[in-house]
Design a protein around this ligand. Sequence first.
Ligand code: GLV
Length: 333
Amino acid sequence: MTKDKILVARAIFPDILERLVEHFDVESNQDDAVWNKAHLIEKLQGKAGVFTTGGDQIDAEVLDACPDLRICANMAVGYNNFDIDAMSARGVLATNAPDVLTETTADFGFALLMATARRVAESEHYLRAGRWSRWAVDMFAGADIHGSTLGIIGMGRIGQGIAKRGALGFGMRVVYHNRSRLAAALEAECRATFVGKDELLATADHVMLVVPYSPATHHLIGASEIASMKPTATLVNIARGGIVDDAALAEALKAGRIAAAGLDVFEGEPKVHPALLDVPNVVLTPHIASASVPTRRAMVGLAADNLIGFLTRDAPLTPINLDAIGARRRAAR
Ligand code: GLV
């Protein structure tokens, strides 16, 4: 039996690539070369499946140019790099990588919050620059985490993990805002109170963004939202670039309108708004919230298993648009 052809668009762990090679005729990008859209389209010719990261865009133009494609397996939980409607319309399955990264990403939300509020990165740069000649009582004095109010925008699995860490580990009062309110039992488990977005911004000492990116969440936090936060507050974005207006944030940080920010994601990343690089009270990390070794292996493994499950047994593990694909298949019968 001839094997399906697949493309692995980025470098992945060699043993997981081997697993894919057992099932498929695999073309891979183990040099991790940067491919533009035309190159991706060329590489996708004749491929039934593709392994993607969150940086690989699959849109209508790509799909129309690659008619053999049946599945796009993203190794990220977020999938705003996929045009799901275009995929569903063409009968192409999309899968993502939920759950396996929840706890690691929630851990990182806290890492970034603490680094930001307690000025860890700023003080480390100061020390490394050889500027520490004398200790002082107010040196790099920041904001407390314990006992403060944590506001979480986006209360999916990762938001819930952050809420539990805040309430149970740090004695924080946790408020959250989400498209829909959690069931009472889940709210109680997270020890979190549902509030409107305006109330959250006005009352939280620390605001954490964990909401998916969509046109509806584009610049959810801009100049006026930042202005409504406490001047002592911190803002942490581990969600997606584009949810915060980075230019407005840089301006607000420079003017001291809020105390500090921690950003793991950026508009147009890997580019970073140059004004952010010039302000000291922001901690910047290169989209690494899920980057522990076991979790990155689990994410890559899940995307690989989605390719194997769907193309060999018609049984993907974590499909996004299976219903739409099924309806299309039924209509074609
Ligand atoms: C990372 O950003 C993800 O969506 O998994």
